[in-house]
Design a protein. Structure first.
Lengths: 434, 259
């Protein structure tokens, strides 16, 4: 068998038409092969392909004030979280253990089965970034797909839908681009495709060929002349009117309420954005669990492994890989580094079509030099519709909008004044979920 | 001679790359191996074989009968009380029978569609019933069914990055028609993720040995608020064994319109 294969290969190679033979073989192989879909990539499957966790880019350190570990989002309910029961190792059927799936259990009396290791998130195929699946969420923020580039004339390239970036100029003449974190809102939307099949055996079409009939005026009805007239009777007598000689004033009891409605609010923080990092730009470690509920962790947070922080190719001076809650890490940065921290949160985690969501973007100069020409860009996804005149900015700047390719809007804030070290601002705007 | 062979080899390589470049993007769960003409339940059962947390999951579905109609779901061999809006948890891979009544201008007539759930959602904890799969039953579809036509609706989850930039209306589910030569399942696959298949016709149940198969042997249904689900043996209910008091207005084939 092997000899015959070698003989066939030698004959094909020696044939003058061997390129065309190679083309035919490659076409047959490629047409018959089908790549695996993500749903079939299980750890126990022999065809498993694991995605390596991506390291955060040195240009965009997320929340650089602290090194975040793997996300352990607390459950949204107010009751204390129940300990995850250790399920016995089940037999693997078709590469998926029984304890892997979650959702509404088939036995309602059984406790809900969640993905082991992450009691708050429902099950998702291992190795895929969260949230999963992405088509059930409305995402906004970050820099997906193409990397955003800003030219020297401040023209922006590579700004995809859902991107939210901030670019600024430094005293050194550099132009730095800083993307925000991604925010996910659960909002699935459905449509339908219809097909009508009908059997038609007999189809008759009735139609007149033409019919044009002119009806001439045969007679004209005469104009009726009024033969009678109704004469109004004139008043025969006039009765005098008696005017009141006096009157009694009766004033009902009334109460006066001095109702003063609030004309507006100034720098009032809603509950979803009431964090110290939003108020003063200072990170409080005690607010980390609550903050994690409002933002979607970066890609490095979505894996069960620890976060590796790399700043300009240098490891921080203090770093640990322990997965423990409630720890804050600090590191020393060399002088002359420009930093801008951008945090984005949403007022809701789930929304139905028609609901209004309010986004809040907080940016702070966490570097050690003044930065200028700070420009905030938010390219809305087609599922989000900006509500006119709903934006506000805590610092002086210009706001403008531009229609994007997805028939939504690109929001742009140009901060007028430079940001000194430690200064920042808050931007708010509202969107309707389509 | 050698240069000619090298040139041929380079040309062959370029041609192979050009011809197979579009095939490199294969992947993702697709229903291309299925057709809408397959028997009900084929697509759903094939989805179960793909693996994942599909077996045993009751996907919440919301049936909304418009224009004053009412819909009911068959459970345990009989139809539940009819209502304009019905929520139910349906198993993936199973086929369920519905009954639509009070059709406008069609007093006494009823239509018995079937629905097949072929995929599920993954909502956050505790929000499954807040985000069900909406299935709208329009009076126009009922008219087509009573005229002897066969309607197929594939409800799919829109891709948010390619969604229609229009505000959604809770009472109007956007849809579009395709020709008889196109497969709505394949088109829905390209536009998003197919979730359910709704089939309507003018078939009515009869009292015979096929009554159980007409209800697809009554798969278990989970209603909101219930805590236990029991799968009982099929017992035909007299409610589905009856003759309509008012004969159908249309006969098959549909007579020509008289003006």
């Amino acid at each position: 068998m092997l000899y015959r294969l070698q003989l066939l290969t030698r004959r094909c190679w020696q044939s003058p038409n061997w390129p065309w033979i190679a083309i035919g073989l490659m076409s047959v192989l490629c047409c018959s092969c089908r790549s695996l879909d993500p749903l079939t990539l299980w750890p126990n499957n022999t065809n498993t392909v694991k995605n390596e966790p991506q390291q955060p880019s040195a240009k965009a350190p997320e929340l650089a004030a602290a090194a975040y570990q793997a996300p352990a989002d607390p459950p949204p309910q107010t009751t204390p979280p129940q300990p995850v029961k250790q399920l016995p190792p089940a037999t693997v059927t078709r590469g998926l253990p029984q304890s892997a799936w979650s959702g509404y259990p088939s036995n309602p009396t059984a406790p809900p089965m969640l993905s082991p290791g992450n009691p708050a998130h429902p099950w998702a195929p291992p190795g895929l970034p969260r949230p999963w699946p992405a088509d059930e969420y409305v995402l906004d923020g970050g820099d997906r797909a193409r990397q955003v580039n800003v030219a020297q004339d401040w023209s922006v390239h590579g700004l995809d839908e859902e991107d939210t970036v901030v670019h600024f100029d430094t005293l050194d003449g550099d132009l730095v681009i800083q993307p925000s974190n991604r925010v996910a809102v659960y909002s699935p939307r459905f449509a339908a495709v219809r097909r009508v099949d009908g059997i038609v055996q007999n189809e008759y079409t009735f139609g007149t060929l033409s019919n044009h009939q002119v009806q001439e005026l045969e007679r004209q009805r005469g104009t009726d002349i009024d033969l009678g007239l109704i004469q109004q009777l004139q008043p025969q007598r006039h009765l005098a009117m008696s005017t009141p000689n006096g009157f009694r004033e009766r004033l009902p009891e009334r109460t006066v309420d001095n109702v003063q409605n609030a004309a507006g609010t100034d720098y009032v923080f809603e509950s979803y954005e009431d964090f110290l990092i939003m108020r003063r730009g200072v990170f409080d470690n005690n607010e980390k669990p609550r903050l994690n509920q409002r933002i979607l962790a970066a890609k490095s947070w979505s894996t069960p492994q620890g976060v590796q922080v790399v700043l300009d190719g240098k490891l921080p001076t203090e770093f640990t890989n322990e997965r423990t809650m409630g720890e804050q890490f600090t590191y020393q940065m060399p002088l002359g580094k420009k930093r801008l921290r951008v945090v984005k949160v949403a007022s809701q985690q789930q929304a139905e079509p028609g609901d209004i969501i309010e986004f809040t973007i907080r940016f702070d100069n966490t570097g050690d030099q003044t930065i200028g020409n700070v420009t905030v860009l938010d390219n809305l996804t087609p599922r989000l519709e900006y509500i006119p005149e709903s934006q506000s900015c805590s610092v002086k700047g210009n706001f403008m909008t531009q229609e994007n390719d997805g028939r939504s809007l690109l929001l742009r804030w140009e901060i007028t004044d430079p940001l000194k070290v430690g200064e920042g601002g808050i931007i708010r705007f509202k969107c309707r979920v389509r | 001679m050698m240069g000619t062979w090298i040139l041929k080899g380079q040309l062959a390589t370029v041609l192979v790359i050009l011809m197979t470049s579009s095939l490199l993007a294969q992947g993702g769960p697709r229903h291309f191996q299925h057709s809408i003409l397959d028997p009900p339940g084929t697509v759903g059962r094939s989805q179960l074989q793909r693996g994942g947390p599909l077996p045993g999951y009751y996907q919440p579905v919301e049936f909304k009968a418009l224009a004053g109609m009412q819909v009911s779901v068959a459970k345990d061999g009989k139809f539940q009380p009819a209502a304009p809006v019905v929520k139910a948890g349906l198993l993936i891979g199973q086929v369920y029978r519905l009954r639509v009544s009070k059709i406008p201008f069609k007093a006494g007539l009823e239509v018995y569609p079937s629905v097949e759930i072929i995929n599920r959602l993954y909502p956050p904890q505790g929000l499954a019933w807040k985000f069900p799969i909406p299935i709208h039953l329009t009076s126009r579809d009922m008219d087509f069914a009573l005229q002897g036509r066969y309607i197929t609706r594939v409800i799919y989850l829109e891709n948010p990055r390619a969604a229609v930039p229009a505000v959604a209306n809770a009472n109007v589910q956007p849809y579009f028609d395709v020709g008889t030569t196109e497969d709505p399942l394949h088109i829905a696959d390209q536009l998003g993720r197919p979730m359910a298949i709704l089939r309507l016709g003018s078939r009515v149940p009869r009292l015979d040995r096929t009554t159980g198969s007409f209800l697809f042997n009554s798969p278990p249904v989970q209603l909101p608020g219930t805590t236990t689900v029991k799968q009982t043996t099929f017992q035909p209910d007299p409610a589905i064994i009856r003759n309509s008091r008012v004969p159908r207005l249309y006969t098959f084939p549909a007579p020509p319109l008289q003006r």
